[in-house]
Design a protein around this ligand. Structure first.
Ligand SMILES: Cc1cc2nc3c(=O)[nH]c(=O)nc-3n(C[C@H](O)[C@H](O)[C@H](O)COP(=O)(O)OP(=O)(O)OC[C@H]3O[C@@H](n4cnc5c(N)ncnc54)[C@H](O)[C@@H]3O)c2cc1C
Length: 516
């Protein structure tokens, strides 16, 4: 049954300034997808609050009228999380962009959720501080979105992901009440509810103020660029560097496709175009420590088969090398504007074999795959390139994406490293967790949101949205190869990972179907 959106709009207009309510279709289209354009759903109504009080008033109104809601920051998410795919009010935080307090003595800053990630560093850089988590989307994504996705980035290898840098959260719960999670100090007694909220993808409430840790700027930084004729050799270099006890600030790999896309984008030969892979290693710390780490990492890369090693000592050179890596998605997007980004994790030692298997899958499905990834964390970002509108292509793209995630699990990894589960990967969560695990997660969720109104339908698999997801991929794998070649894939081994789900849907999962 459809919700009475005109009544809901009238009620919200009474609570909010006129400019805070968006009801015109042309404007609502802005919000019909996030960064993953494969999933599109136009919201029925959107609101753009400016204060915590307005967010609380909106959620009290939703609670009274039985309206589900979806929080949205900058909409750069890559798992369909900020999209109102069911009838739900979109609560957009892009007008909540104030820095509320800076406390340099205690190395912390409090911001509204719509503040852009890179603005945090900008606010304190003049005083010698910075905010460490640096997603490649950092010039556009919001801190609220980073908290909800527990975002990672190039420097998270050494410094940790978002959850390591959030001290306190002010949250409006789904019934409109205000609460605080965590506190001004890093270590507090009791259950870590702050940690529960971080990475909960908008399913527990809306964060309205966030206190972040600031770090002093590192005195010395050097970046190495090593190039390899095989991806295996690049993976081996990563293994050798970490096994030797060197902890780089960041360690990233781009494959040949991505190298050429980036060089084309900037019109310069920044990376060797004929390399199978380039490895970027950033080392930071005290001068002598950095010099020793640079020498050791260079030797280890050479031993692993690096063809050449370039060292960027000047800030401008370093920025140039990272600019290419951070623009990789945009560069690939210039070649084909429609691509599907996956986000799986594998143990570092499995990188070469999993990348080889991805190449095999790419050929089987007749879809090119570009690889760019946080190598130090084993966090893969295969970009599946496709032509929109081609008959059946969407199903093939999603099937290939699912197979890649299956590979990651079979290698002992995970279906997401940093982009979250959202709508895109909810059907694969039961490949990793048992029904008891999922029921326990749902119980935690219900403690915050007893009626399941916050970001409904996201994260958790339901029979309605997924059917039997494990069987779905097995069936697709049996279909003939797209390019007419005989299917050469090995049969799936769904039980090779210890945590693969078995048995009947759990109690809360069944309840979820009724609610959502
Ligand atoms: C080119 C590109 C590069 C990227 N690189 C990286 C990367 O290196 N690392 C990485 O981790 N991610 C990366 N991402 C993904 C994305 O930028 C991150 O997930 C980011 O954290 C999303 O922030 P956002 O403001 O756009 O959130 P949105 O997309 O608007 O929302 C994401 C989720 O957060 C929830 N949410 C938003 N605000 C709030 C709030 N205030 N309270 C509660 N829930 C909220 C939404 O409901 C949704 O579930 C990249 C994306 C792109 C397009």
């Amino acid at each position: 049954m459809s919700l009475p959106w005109s009544t809901i709009e009238r009620q919200l207009r009474r609570l909010l300034p006129a400019r805070a309510v968006v009801a015109r279709r042309q404007e609502l289209l802005t919000y019909d997808s996030d960064g993953l354009t494969l999933h599109r759903h136009e919201p029925p109504l959107a609101v753009l609050p400016e204060t915590t009080e307005q967010v609380a008033a909106i959620l009290r109104c939703c609670h009274a009228l039985g309206v589900p809601f979806v929080a949205r920051g900058s909409g750069t998410g890559l798992s369909g999380g900020a999209v109102a795919e069911q009838e739900a009010l979109l609560v957009v935080t892009s007008r909540m962009r104030s820095v509320l307090a800076i406390d340099l003595d205690n190395q912390r800053i409090t911001v509204q959720p719509g503040v852009i990630n890179s603005w945090v560093t900008r606010a304190v850089a003049g005083d010698g501080f910075y905010y460490a988590p640096d997603p490649s989307s950092q010039v556009v994504c919001s801190i609220g979105g980073n908290v909800a996705e527990n975002a990672g980035g190039v420097h998270c290898l050494k410094y940790g992901v978002t959850s390591n840098h959030v001290l306190e959260l002010e949250v409006v719960l789904p019934d409109g009440t205000l609460t605080r999670l965590g506190g001004p100090l890093a270590e507090l007694p009791g259950l870590d509810l702050r940690g529960v909220f971080i990475g909960s993808e908008g399913t527990l409430g809306i964060a309205t103020a966030i206190t972040l840790r600031l770090l002093p700027q590192t005195p010395n930084v050097q970046v190495l660029l090593a190039d390899f004729v095989t991806m295996e050799a690049a993976g081996e270099a990563v293994r050798r560097v970490t096994a030797a006890g060197v902890l780089p600030a960041g360690m990233e790999i781009m494959d040949n496709f991505t190298i050429n896309a980036v060089d084309d984008l900037f019109g310069v030969e920044e990376y060797p175009r004929d390399a199978a892979a380039v490895l970027l290693i950033e080392l930071d710390g005290q001068a002598r420590e950095v010099a020793a780490a640079v020498a050791l990492a260079s030797d280890l890369c050479r031993e692993a088969g690096a063809r050449s090693i370039r060292q960027a000592e000047q800030e401008a050179d370093r920025a140039q090398l990272w600019k290419g890596r951070k623009s990789a998605f945009a560069a690939v997007g210039r070649i084909t504007p429609t691509y599907y980004v996956q986000d799986g994790v594998v143990p570092r030692s499995a990188l070469p074999s999993v990348l080889a298997a991805i190449e095999q899958l790419s050929r089987h499905y007749g879809l090119p795959v570009a690889n760019v990834f946080h190598a130090g964390d084993g966090n893969l970002h295969p970009l599946i390139l496709y032509t929109a509108g081609e008959p059946g292509v969407q199903e093939r793209v999603q099937a290939l994406g699912a197979e890649i995630l299956r590979l990651c699990i079979e290698a002992g990894g995970s279906i997401t490293g940093e982009h979250g589960v959202g709508a895109d990967k909810r059907c694969y969560l039961d490949w990793m967790f048992s029904h008891d695990d999922l029921d326990t997660m749902q119980l935690v969720r219900r403690a915050f949101d007893p009626l399941g109104r916050a970001n409904p339908g996201k994260i958790f698999p339901t029979p309605r949205s997924c059917g039997e997801s494990s069987r779905r991929v097995a069936v697709l794998r049996e279909t003939p190869a797209h390019n007419g070649a005989a299917a050469t894939l090995p049969p799936p081994e769904p039980k090779s990972a210890p945590w693969l789900a078995d048995g009947q849907p759990g109690l809360l999962e069944r309840e979820a179907v009724e609610l959502f």
